[in-house]
Design a protein around this ligand. Structure first.
Ligand code: BGC
Length: 720
């Protein structure tokens, strides 16, 4: 069906609808229940969330199609965040893979599995840029960088929706939480955000724009306020930017009760007022709370909400239902469930988990483990924690489908080496040391010690923020005790966020960040430990040394007094002396523990011969930056080649570095390849004081390297 036919179908249908039926389309209800059926029959509900049972789905859909006056199908939402039955790494882990094509395949698999149970809409991707690891929801997004997050979001939208949204195995995506939700003050969920418009437009909005450009069917308005205006009542972000400037033609759904929470915010007097504010701002569908159903009709009758606004909202919702093909194919064949956990799904889960792991330390090449080890101690509360390794926001994955590292290692080493398992702690948050002796005993008997530590899944995700970012419980003490046995010791950290690992790094020989790796985390980690593949993930977010450094992110501004190496030991009685007044802390190094983009490999990559096709270009032109990357180590491996730029002088100060491109490349030992990036002057645009999106002529630096702090540098100039 072409667009024109679809629009006229939408309008024809709209013309036949009563106001109550229109408001019904704008109403979303959570969960199944008997009284629901009557509402569907009466046309008083347009959508459900959390109905994930094919029989109920088909029954509800049949009532909507055959027993409601106009036969409008329901759209059924679910949080399919990082997989469905097959669980992939948490989104932050997926981001660490820097592999959009693979992320797209994973999202397509999630769509195939979810749609087999009647889910036709996911509340994903979350593309909130997050620069505060205390925020529990940092786990759900792409990390600190707008460019990387945009790539991740776009890949997920493409994966969920495919080329043709009406295909039975595709589902509608929802870019969330629009907007600024990740900027919550102090990293405390739902907290206030203060975001200058230039920062909003340069940092927080681009991933949403990328999703809209990729065709995202829906957008979710966030819980937070932005500069005093709640995101769910924000006509500037919703109506002006999203629907106006970007011409978004899908629909906006509120977050869970975020419409009526505007009363709690102190922005609306009561729920009726909240309904008016939300619909006026551009929220087309209300999730869970029922202020639209209760008050919109009266608001229209009183002339407080023009009917055109209601029509516009309904038009958008019907449009997406049509694009989904629901009018033609509303039902789901229960036989389709056989796709759940299909072998190729598990294979992609394994690959993505493998590529998401970041190697942060590998002293004396302790990894990969040699095939000759005879006894391995497997210690730590996350070695065999099938639910925790799935991570946050897992509604449909199951622990019993999960392969833990312990199980994977036992299977792999059967008949070849002993696996001595002693968790040491009952759970990551446990303080009891009664399991330590057994763990030490295992370490003593082993040739090598693997420590699986980190956060349990419940420590990240919505409303699960932390003020301290150390390993919880007695895990550091466990690591210290085990490391004192003097065996080669490898720590694998499963986590939903960056942790402060300064004290851990020094005690172990190797350190891997595995995030919460999902269903196939165990085999993926085993593949890496034994060197079937080299680790290739890179950090999508900065790892601080201390919580007090937060916010700490690579694309910061320079300030007038950038940090310098200073002597942090100030002798007692030192008089105040303005020499050495820099932007830094007295009690911690100015650098992060591990920078954005960082990650080691079992081989080494050398970057040489950075050259630019031109060192002077005009606005509107491009240049090609090339670098020779050589694998100078012993094994084949993949590297993420990263391009960064700095705009030296701006009418508004510019970040010290900004990611502008990356490529994942595989190189054999000794192999050398020229990697090229094309950079257009439009890639350097930012919002100036007048909110014009401009590239300003002047000098630029450009780096290509394996992290945000490595690689050769070149310079170029842009002239008018
Ligand atoms: C979350 C959303 C989620 C929704 C539906 C809310 O609490 O903020 O991200 O999609 O619930 O479950």
């Amino acid at each position: 069906m072409n667009n024109k036919t679809m629009e006229s179908r939408v309008n024809e249908l709209l013309a036949r609808m009563t106001l109550e039926e229109k408001i019904g389309q704008m109403t979303q209800i959570s969960g199944a229940g008997e009284e629901r059926e009557e509402l569907i029959r009466q046309g008083q509900v347009g959508s459900f969330l959390n109905v994930v049972d094919v029989e109920t789905y088909n029954r509800y859909q049949r009532i909507a199609m055959e027993e409601s006056r106009l036969g409008i199908p329901l759209i059924m939402g679910r949080d399919v965040i990082h997989g469905f039955r097959t669980v992939f790494p948490i989104p932050l882990g997926q981001s660490a893979a820097w592999h959009p094509e693979l992320v797209e395949r994973a999202a397509a698999i999630a769509a195939r599995e979810a749609s087999s149970l009647g889910v036709n809409w996911t509340f994903a991707p979350m593309v909130d840029v997050a620069r505060d690891p205390r925020w529990g929801r940092i786990a759900e997004g792409g990390g600190e960088d707008p460019y990387l997050t945009s790539q991740l979001g776009r890949a997920m939208v493409r994966g969920f929706q495919g080329e043709d949204l009406s295909a039975p195995d595709r589902i509608a995506a929802c870019a969330k939480h629009y907007v600024g939700y990740g900027a919550a003050e102090g990293g405390r969920d739902y907290n206030t955000t203060l975001i200058p418009e230039g920062v909003l437009r340069d940092v927080y909005l681009p991933p949403f724009k990328a999703c809209v450009e990729a065709g995202a069917a829906t957008v979710m308005s966030a819980f937070n306020e932005i500069n005093g205006i709640p995101a769910t009542g924000n006509a500037f972000t919703l109506r002006q930017i999203l629907k106006g400037e970007w011409s978004f033609d899908g629909f906006v759904v509120s977050d869970w009760q975020s419409v009526i929470e505007m009363v709690v915010h102190g922005f609306c007097a009561d729920e009726k007022d909240a309904a008016r504010v939300a619909v006026t701002a551009g929220v087309d569908m209300e999730m869970v709370s029922q202020s639209y159903r209760q008050h919109l009709a009266a608001l229209v009758a009183e002339g407080k909400v023009p009917l055109e606004l209601i029509d516009e909202a309904v038009r958008r919702i019907l449009r997406i239902k049509m694009r989904l093909g629901l009018f033609e194919n509303p039902y789901v064949d229960p036989a389709r469930q056989s796709v759940l956990l299909a072998p190729e799904h598990l294979e992609v889960a394994r690959q993505l988990a493998r590529e998401s792991v970041v190697l942060l330390k590998n002293e004396e090449g302790v990894l990969p483990l040699s095939g000759d080890v005879r006894a391995i101690a497997v210690i730590g509360p996350l070695a065999d924690a099938p639910a925790d390794q799935l991570g946050c926001w897992v509604f449909d994955g199951r622990p019993e489908d999960t392969i833990t590292p312990l199980r994977a290692l036992r299977e792999r080493l059967k008949g070849k080496a002993d696996v001595l398992f002693a968790p040491g702690l009952e759970s990551p948050r446990s303080d009891s040391r009664k399991g330590f002796d057994e763990a030490l005993e295992a370490a003593r008997k082993a040739d090598v010690v693997l420590l699986f530590v980190g956060e349990d899944a419940i420590l990240s995700g919505e409303a699960h923020c932390r003020a301290f970012l150390d390993l919880p419980g007695a895990q550091e003490a466990l690591i210290e005790a085990v490391a004192a046995e003097g065996k080669p010791t490898i720590a694998v950290v499963m986590t939903g966020r960056p942790l402060t690992l300064s004290r851990v790094v020094d005690k172990v020989h190797a350190l891997l960040i595995a995030w919460h790796p999902g269903t196939m985390g165990g085999p993926a980690i085993a593949d890496l430990l034994f060197g079937d593949e080299s680790p290739s993930g890179k950090l999508p977010v900065t790892f601080p040394r201390a919580v007090g450094q937060i916010p700490i992110y690579y694309a910061h501004k320079n300030t007038g007094r950038p940090p310098q190496q200073i002597d942090r030991e100030i002798p007692l009685g030192t008089p105040l002396d303005p020499i050495g007044f820099f932007s830094s802390y007295l009690d911690v190094e100015p650098t992060p523990l591990f920078p954005f983009g960082y990650g080691l490999s079992y081989t080494r990559f050398q970057y040489e011969n950075l050259r630019l096709s031109r060192e002077r270009i005009r606005l509107g032109e491009s240049l090609v930056a090339s670098v020779d990357v050589q694998n100078v180590g012993p094994v084949a491996a993949e590297e993420i080649v990263q391009l960064y730029v700095r705009d030296l002088v701006g009418s508004v100060t510019r970040p010290v570095k900004e990611l502008k491109g990356f490529q994942r490349v595989r190189l054999e030992p000794g192999e050398r390849r020229t990697i090229q990036f094309t950079l257009h002057t439009d890639d350097l645009r930012f919002h100036d004081r007048d909110m014009e999106f401009v590239t300003e002529p002047g000098q630029f630096h450009l780096w290509i390297g394996g992290s945000s702090v490595d690689g050769p540098r070149a310079s170029f100039e842009i002239v008018e």
